[in-house]
Write a protein that binds this ligand. Structure first.
Ligand code: MN
Length: 232
C-alpha cells in the first residue's frame, strides 16, 4: 500500500449468514422502475426495451440496524424496499447461466431517496445524484447465500413503517429478472465480486420522518431495519 495523506476509509462489509467472513461492498448499481405499479405511482412509463440504472456510492451504504439522522436538504425523504444481489464472480457480457452462477447471495435493502430532489432533477432532465446518492442512503441487511435461498419466484417483499404495512408485493412482479439485469449490466461494466445490484422497488413508496422505524423483508431472507433520528 502507498503511504496516503489521510486514512483510506474502510469499505462497508455486509455479514453473510453462516459465513465467518463478511462481503466487502465494491459498487452499488440500482435498477429504476422494475415494478410496473411503482412506475405508475411515480407517473412514468416502464421502458420494456431495456432496464436503466443509477449508482449509489458504496461509502454511503450502512448495515441494517443502523440509526441515521434525517438527511439534509429534503422535506420528502422516502423509503424503497428492494431485493439486493451480491455478485461473487467476474461477469462481462454474461449469458443467463453465467449470471445465475455469479450471484453469490441475496439480501434485503433500502434505497433511501430524497424524493423531492429526485423529482426536481428528473423534471429538469438532470442526474439523480442529489436525490439518490445521499450519505447513509443505502441500507443492507445480511446476505443469504444463493445455495441457501432461491430461485427467485413469487416470494413476498414488504415494508413496514412503525409497524404499518406500506409496501406489499411479490418478486413475481419484477419486470427484469435478476439474470436479465446482470446480462444487460455486464454489457457496460466488468462486474466483479463485491458489486451489489438493487433490483428496484414495488409500489407503496412514501415518506419517513425522524423518530420512525422502517422494517422490510423478503420471504426467507433476513429483514432490513432502519431507525431515523432527528436531523443534525
Ligand atoms: Mn430504488
Amino acid at each position: 500500500m502507498p503511504q496516503t495523506l489521510f486514512p483510506i476509509p474502510d469499505p462497508i462489509t455486509v455479514p453473510v449468514l453462516g459465513e465467518a467472513a463478511a462481503f466487502p461492498v465494491h459498487r452499488i448499481f440500482c435498477v429504476g422502475r422494475n415494478y410496473a405499479a411503482h412506475a405508475a405511482e411515480m407517473g412514468v412509463e416502464v421502458d420494456r426495451e431495456a432496464p436503466f440504472y443509477f449508482t449509489k456510492s458504496a461509502v454511503n451504504a450502512v448495515r441494517s440496524g443502523t440509526n441515521t439522522p434525517y438527511p439534509p436538504g429534503t422535506e420528502n425523504f422516502h423509503y424503497e424496499m428492494e431485493l439486493a444481489l451480491a455478485i461473487g464472480q467476474p461477469l462481462f457480457r454474461a449469458t443467463k447461466a453465467e449470471a445465475r452462477t455469479a450471484i453469490y447471495g441475496y439480501g434485503c435493502a433500502l434505497d433511501m431517496t430524497r424524493r423531492d430532489l429526485q423529482i426536481r432533477e428528473r423534471q429538469k432532465q438532470r442526474p439523480w445524484d442529489l436525490g439518490k446518492d445521499l450519505e447513509q442512503g443505502t441500507v443492507l441487511a445480511p446476505f443469504t447465500k444463493s445455495s441457501d435461498w432461491g430461485p427467485v419466484t413469487d416470494q413476498r417483499i414488504w415494508l413496514e413503517l412503525d409497524g404499518e404495512i406500506k409496501q406489499d408485493a411479490t418478486l413475481a412482479e419484477l419486470i427484469w429478472s435478476c439474470e436479465e439485469i446482470l446480462c444487460h449490466l455486464s454489457r457496460y461494466y466488468h462486474l466483479r465480486p463485491g458489486d451489489v445490484v438493487l433490483t428496484g422497488t414495488p409500489a407503496g413508496v412514501g415518506p419517513v420522518l425522524a423518530g420512525q422505524k422502517l422494517k422490510g423483508g423478503i420471504d426467507g431472507l433476513q429483514d432490513v431495519t432502519l431507525q431515523l433520528t432527528d436531523a443534525e
